[in-house]
Design a protein around this ligand. Structure first.
Ligand code: ATP
Ligand code: MG
Length: 507
């Protein structure tokens, strides 16, 4: 480490068991100094578990971690920090009620104990000036969109002067442009040997563009590694799943009548600090139609979804559902069979320590056959329904009785989708549904969304992934600065025009 380059990191023979489940079996992994290394594998393959073993968050049952060929004991993530290893987790770790500055300062304070706020502010301001991606230091983290929070998570690790950065699906919440920008910057830092990067991602195109080397895990075991430049995307995909992969075309039925199901008129919404972020939005979605809302995160999409989910109140405007005035309360939402899949489902719509089967039943635990006489909840009926959903949506591992927080990130997402799509749905509100899913799961989920549309569901799809919007939706609208500024039919849409509207450079 004396030349200032990041240390060489090795994990040798790592085995990690959770009760009867072997999450990792004799896995070897090496991150060389200054490398940009991608760790790949299906949902549940063991990627997060491996990096958590490196971070000292989990203790492997067998195996060793070596830094510059010397065995080291990393007891916990703070220990990892003293070795210069930092991690951006799949879930956010920032404190929402604090500002960016406060979040960055307290993470350092754990090392220094006392905070000199003035000094921190000037130091962090200087630090931020050197960073090519910026987030205002005075912003309250809770008011930031997912993409911006993710940038803060990365900035936090860089401010701590870590030399090895582990990123667990950092770009799931970034727009393609943001991802390119952030990864490009990190890539430049690895080329300058200031950093080594270990990145977990499901986006194989990113791998091809940024990684030097890839390592693939399947079902807890090492399957192979190689230079990114020498592997084709199809070869990597095959290593991940062990067989050939093809995307199925999505069949669309055409409904003859155009019946409006969800009508939004002049909707205005304020964010947490009272700024109007949805500024007079008009939109009609018809039966059997998917409308995709494209846009850069932070243009009011999140607040719009929160209003429709009954988690935030609009300050003005009217919502009509099936030609009836509509107030989004739990009771009305249930009655009108309106369903919502928000971002970050584990935090927003699950209770982590409750079981998979309980979480799957949140929608309908109080109705027959789950409840007898309206209150006595039948556990066996809950488990039976859970088994059905676990099988249909391929949730792994297939155990209804374990806490949902012990599922891998992608499997939590599948469980929430299973719950929300399983009942009869009239209106479906979805935000970034494929966040963190591997490509097979993503295909399954996209098929389910189109299938719901074919059954007549009106779908509002908010996504930062333009490819996803164009693939799934019938109509694309662009949200910019709190309004819908452009509309086009999705087949044959002009990407360049959409892009210009997304960034407000249309004229
Ligand atoms: N704390 C835990 N308790 C019990 N089982 C766990 C725990 N953490 C992970 N597992 C199990 O270990 C296996 C590997 O999970 P892991 O989170 O490492 O997968 P992953 O490759 O990161 O998947 P994803 O792409 O979905 O994030 C899964 O079967 C998961 O259910
Ligand atoms: Mg994971």
């Amino acid at each position: 480490m004396n030349d200032g380059a990041p240390p060489d990191l090795q994990a040798l023979g790592i085995t990690k068991r959770f009760g009867p489940l072997t999450a990792l079996k004799d896995v070897d992994f090496r991150l060389q100094s200054g490398q940009f290394h991608a760790l790949l594998g299906e949902n549940g393959a063991g990627k997060s578990t491996l990096v958590k073993c490196i971070m000292g968050y989990y203790h492997p049952d067998e195996g060793n971690i070596l830094l510059d060929q010397q065995p080291v004991t990393i007891r916990n993530p703070r220990d990892a920090q003293t070795f210069g290893i930092g991690m951006v987790y799949q879930q956010f770790t920032l404190i929402p009620n604090m500002t960016v500055l406060e979040n960055l300062a307290i993470s350092k304070a754990k090392l220094n104990l006392i905070i000199n706020w003035q000094e921190e502010e000037s130091q962090l301001t200087q630090f931020m000036e050197k960073m090519p991606f910026k987030v205002p230091l005075s912003a309250r983290v809770g008011s930031l969109a997912a993409g911006e929070k993710q940038k803060v998570e990365i900035l936090k690790q860089l401010a701590l002067q870590n030399r090895i950065l582990i990123l667990d699906e950092p770009t799931s919440v970034l727009t393609p442009q943001e991802a390119k920008e952030v990864l490009g910057h990190l890539r430049a830092m690895t080329l300058a040997r200031q950093l080594s990067i270990l990145i977990i991602t499901h986006k194989l195109r990113e791998v091809a563009a940024f990684a030097d080397e890839v390592t693939v895990l399947r079902k807890g075991q090492f399957v192979g590694s190689g230079l990114a430049s020498e592997l084709k995307i199809s070869q990597i995909a095959e290593m991940m799943v062990g067989s050939e992969v093809t995307a199925k075309p999505k069949q669309r039925t055409v409904l003859s009548k155009k019946v409006p199901k969800l009508v939004l008129q002049d909707i205005r919404v304020k964010d947490d600090i009272g700024v109007e972020v949805v500024r007079g939005l008009h939109l009609t979605i018809h039966e059997g139609e998917i409308v995709g809302v494209a846009g850069v995160s932070g243009n009011g999409q999140r607040e719009l979804v929160e209003v429709l989910a009954g988690q935030r109140q609009a300050v003005a405007g009217t919502i009509r559902v099936q030609d009836q005035p509509f107030q989004p309360t739990r009771e009305k939402i249930m009655r009108h069979k309106m369903f919502c899949l928000p971002e970050e489902p584990l935090q927003n719509t699950c209770v982590g320590r409750m079981t998979v089967s309980e979480n799957l039943a949140f929608r309908n635990f109080d109705v027959v056959p789950h409840a007898i006489g309206g209150w006595l909840i039948s556990r066996s009926a809950l488990r039976r329904s859970a088994f059905g959903l676990i099988e249909r949506y391929n949730i792994k591992p297939p155990h209804p009785d374990i806490p949902i927080q012990s599922l891998s990130g992608g499997n939590v997402q599948r469980a929430v989708l299973a719950r929300e799509l399983s009942a009869e749905v009239e209106i479906l509100i979805i935000a970034n549904p494929c966040f963190g899913l591997d490509f097979l799961a993503m295909e399954e989920i996209r098929l389910q969304i189109v299938a719901a549309r074919n059954r007549g569901t009106a779908v509002l799809l908010v996504s930062e992934d333009l490819d996803e919007i164009l693939e799934l939706s019938d109509r694309t609208v662009v949200m910019f600065n709190g309004r819908l500024v452009y509309e086009t039919t999705s087949p044959g849409a002009d990407l360049a025009i959409i892009g210009r509207h997304m960034t407000g450079h249309a004229t």
